[in-house]
Design a binder for this molecule. Structure first.
Ligand SMILES: [Zn+2]
Length: 472
């Protein structure tokens, strides 16, 4: 009897031991699957990061209407492959994930390899040997506009940024030369062997520094208006060429534009009138004004970007004034920066922070994180924003942007023809937005060595704006 009781006690003890061990095991799995994994993912120095990436099927990157821009597919034997269905079209902005990462693949890396799978689901997946599904990243990008921008640049080098001025949402961002992210392993290997140059990885939209050309006249005119309440009285007679500070300034094709006010001079892009404005400008104030528009400042943008440069100040050589106020000289700007200046005007003087990710969803479509528009700062009064908008509308109704005048919506903008080397064709630029009374879309375009702004950049702007409003 006693022996039997003892044996029963032993069995009970062993049973408790097993239950205890089992509870510990489950607790450990929960700990590893949930809390600990999060901590491991967050540490950028963690050598296990790549292992964790292998345990999770990297999430999808989606367009603003759930178009698949990047996804991971499982081949046999658990081998996975990252696929980019749009190929070259989104190359720089979506980026790649290989040895190193770029674009949204880099920006959203932690979200893509985190899983929204519940603890039970994760334990179950571990039990049946399946990988957890990573979270999906829903971007602000519009594949239709991206495609039009991509086609618009054709075989030219250059960059295009399209954004929504009231929110800062980036709708399209293209840079050429580009690359096919589906071939990135091969391309990077070629790069290592020295068989190809690195320039195809360079994102001109955010990192390329260009002379702004006459698109800069918007800022010169705006500053003059803000400093001179009687700006409408200003008058200058253009004879096609004139000398300012020992520097001869010519209008395009030496055209004599005749009697010009600020409004007319911006519309036809009269160089001599702007050079005249340059003689009346306070250099210290103008530098401060441009820096307020984020020249010489890092942009509030999470991907690598260059600082646009404005260098003219009280110590500068006087000869450089006329060139600088008309967008030549030492001033350099990124297409993104030019888009933000334009968006600030379109948005009544408030610069919004540009952004690319609208929300993070788990694999079932449940929203995990939502990103809201954020104001960067107020740069000018709404009154001045409306005034300069009116003048930019004049560029389209009566000036160099006239080919945008017969559309079913109103457009405000400014062309630019930026001389950069004597032996090459100028860069073609355009900045603009539509409609003028309630702006929905901003474009900033640079086509390298393609001629005047009217020739190359304006037709691309037209296609982008048409496509945008046809699909509203
Ligand atoms: Zn002129």
């Amino acid at each position: 009897m006693i022996k039997k009781k003892k044996a029963k006690e032993n069995i009970n003890r062993i049973q408790s031991l097993f239950i205890g061990l089992f509870v510990l095991l489950i607790a450990n799995m929960i700990y590893l699957a949930g809390y600990k994994k999060e901590e491991l993912i967050i540490s950028p120095y963690n050598p296990r990061l790549t292992t964790l990436e292998e345990e999770v099927i990297r999430g999808k990157i989606l367009g603003n209407n759930y178009e698949v821009l990047a996804e991971t597919v499982e081949l046999e034997d658990g081998i996975t492959e990252r696929i980019y269905p749009y190929g070259r079209i989104f190359s720089h902005i979506i980026g790649y994930t290989a040895q190193g990462k770029s674009g949204i693949e880099s920006l959203a890396n932690f979200d893509l390899i985190r899983t929204g799978e519940g603890i039970i689901g994760q334990i179950w997946n571990e039990f049946i040997g399946e990988k957890n599904k990573g979270n999906n990243v829903v971007t602000t990008l519009d594949p239709l506009l991206q495609e039009i921008a991509f086609e618009g640049l054709g075989n030219n080098k250059g960059a295009i940024v399209v954004l929504e001025p009231s929110t800062g949402k980036i709708l399209a961002l293209v840079s050429k030369p580009d690359f096919n992210p589906n071939e990135i392993e091969f391309l990077l290997a070629e790069l290592n062997r020295g068989n190809t140059s690195e320039t195809f990885l360079f994102n001109r939209a955010t990192q390329g520094l260009y002379p702004p050309g006459s698109t800069f006249k918007v800022l010169t005119a705006l500053h003059y208006i803000m400093e001179n309440p009687d700006w409408e009285e200003f008058q200058y007679t253009c004879s096609g060429s004139d000398v300012f500070y020992d520097n001869t300034i010519n209008c395009f094709n030496n055209t004599a534009h005749g009697i010009m006010g600020i409004r007319e001079a911006l519309a036809v892009s009269c160089n001599t009138t702007f050079a005249q404005l340059g003689t009346e400008i306070d250099l210290k104030d103008f530098k401060r004004f441009n820096e307020n528009f984020m020249f010489n400042n890092r942009l509030p943008f999470p991907l690598p970007n260059s600082i646009s440069k404005y260098q003219l100040d009280v110590n500068s050589n006087l000869e450089s004034i006329p060139e600088t106020v008309m967008g030549q000289g030492k001033t350099e700007i990124t297409p993104l920066q030019n888009a933000l200046i334009t968006a600030t005007i379109a948005n009544g003087g408030i610069m919004m922070k540009p952004y690319l990710i609208d929300r993070i969803e788990d694999h079932n479509g449940k929203v995990i994180k939502k990103f809201m528009p954020e104001q960067h700062k107020r740069i000018i009064n709404p009154n001045y924003a409306f005034l300069i908008t009116e003048l930019m509308a004049g560029v389209v109704t009566d000036g160099t942007g006239r080919s945008l005048n017969n559309l079913p919506f109103t457009v405000a903008g400014k062309t630019g023809t930026a001389e950069h080397r004597k032996d090459e064709k100028p860069h073609s630029l355009f900045i603009g937005f539509a409609p003028t009374d309630n702006p929905k879309i901003v474009v900033s375009i640079v086509v390298e060595n393609a001629g005047t702004g009217t020739q190359a950049a304006v037709p691309i702007a037209r296609r982008l704006l048409e496509a945008y409003f046809e699909n509203q």
